[in-house]
Design a protein around this ligand. Sequence first.
Ligand SMILES: [Zn+2]
Length: 161
Amino acid sequence: MIWRTEIPYKVNYFTWLLAKQAVLTHENLNKRKPNLRSICYLCEEQVETVNHLFLHCKWIDQLWQMFIQKRKIKWTKPRSIIEVLQFWNRDGNAGKNEKRWRIVPACIWWTIWKERNQRCFEGKQNNIQKIKTNCLGIYYFWCKQVVIGDAENVFNIIDGL
Ligand SMILES: [Zn+2]
C-alpha cells in the first residue's frame, strides 16, 4: 500500500517508518532516553505519541476532515497508521482519481511532521489555516508529479477529490 504511491521517496520511507511506529516522536525517544518533555508540539495538551500526533491530535483531525468531507465517506477514528492505510485504500473510498486519493494520508502526515519539527527545532509555528494551505500545496505538488503534463490548476485538483 505504501510503495505503490507515486510520492517522493523520502516521504514513502517516512510513511513506512510511521506504519512501523518507528518515527522519532517523544514516545519513541523516551524509550531510549527517559524524562524528555513529552507534550505534543501542536495542541500542547496531550502526550506526543505516534498515534496522537498522526491520528488523533485536534490539529491533524482538521486535516483529515478537510479531505474526508470532500468524499462524504464515513470516518471512524482508526487506531493505527496501518488502519488508516487500509481504510484509505478500500474499494469505494478510493473512488475516482484513485491515484491521487492514495497520496492524501502521506500529504497529511508529511505536513504535520514538518510543522512539528519546525516548532520543535526552530520555534516557529503556523496557524491552522496556514497548515491546511501547506497541506493542500503539498497535495497539489504531488498530484502534478503523478499526472505529469497535466495543466490543471489547484482548484480543479482539489475539486476533483
Ligand atoms: Zn496534539
